[in-house]
Design a protein around this ligand. Sequence first.
Ligand SMILES: Cc1ncc(COP(=O)(O)O)c(C=O)c1O
Length: 393
Amino acid sequence: MPKPSNRLSGILHSGKDGWEVHFAAMTRKEAGEDIIMLSVGDHDFDSPSETVEACVRAVRAGYHHYTQLPGIPCLRAAMARISTRCTGVETGANNIIATPGGQLALYAAVQGTLDKGDHAVVVAPYYATYPGTFRAAEADFTVVEADAADGFQPRADAIEKALRPNTRAILLNTPNNPTGAIYSRESLEGIARLCVERDLWLLSDEVYWALAEGHHVSPRALPGMAERTLVINSMSKSHGMTGWRIGWLTGPESMITQLTSLNLVTTYGLTDFVSRAAAEALENDYGVEQIAGIYNGRRKLFLDAIRGANEFTVRGSEGGMYVMLDVSAIEPDDEKFAWGLLDGEKVGVMPGSSFGEAAAGHIRISLCQPDGILLEAAARLRRFASAYRSKAA
Ligand SMILES: Cc1ncc(COP(=O)(O)O)c(C=O)c1O
């Protein structure tokens, strides 16, 4: 076989990345062990039945054809309505390009703002696909850690130090995966000022906005930012539609027009019947309030169950689908902790260091399990911690 491109082989870095604990937990669960999986971020429930019915109707009605490259008009209009609500900035259909999932919105944002050799700053802890998305654009990036001691709030002064003459963009994610931190207005104002002063793009991943509505602040709404912010959004989390692959990018109209050429050479537009169902789900907010209620309820339930145990320090964990526990008082090596928890108590979690240095000494816990299982997991965690302590004493 001839050699593949360096671009392709450079997307993923080889080596250990912490997902070994997750895959081991999955294999053991499939083999019949009573493993509680708290390592993945996919809903434990189906998409809303109204959305499913809308899709079935659309298939039967003959929506089987090519669609407009930036998305069908009613879908873009419905996404614009949600973007107005998510970002607090009046948004029109021409500010929207529809993509197959938030990941492709992120890919488009990076491809659209960085040339080969350009530099970006990525705020960590971050979502696992970020580095590979920059490598796919042959762009360079510097990771700037948001400290656990600050509740994982990013600091503009740390970001400023990482800027270079060829820096073109900053990427951040709020509410954050993996930490659950909701970035404060103050943190975002500092970063926005940098973007304006240095004429930078801000790539703002807000796919968890609906799981923190009322607390979420979009940097797009800050002074001078609407013209330089690209917001990554998705129906995966807010509308319970991970497998449907529907997301979008919101930004200045002229940028969105240019990004349409990327859809020409990649997706050639979205699936027709999925687009119709997605538009109906967005117009009617199918599932949004219920899903937010489920995760907000689970977060409180789990944190209440864990808070009594003083070995754990809760950090971030304010919104979204995850909570982050500092376990360093029990075991500073988070990977060792995660393997011990899997072996000793059959609970699968992600070691924090898989998401960057700032989350070392932590574990990430997904809330994608029903209340009863989360309570059982909290009990197993507490038992594991006290057994670990007495073993060490
Ligand atoms: C922070 C973040 N951004 C983007 C995505 C991608 O979302 P999608 O499933 O819509 O591609 C995810 C998915 O987990 C995520 O956690």
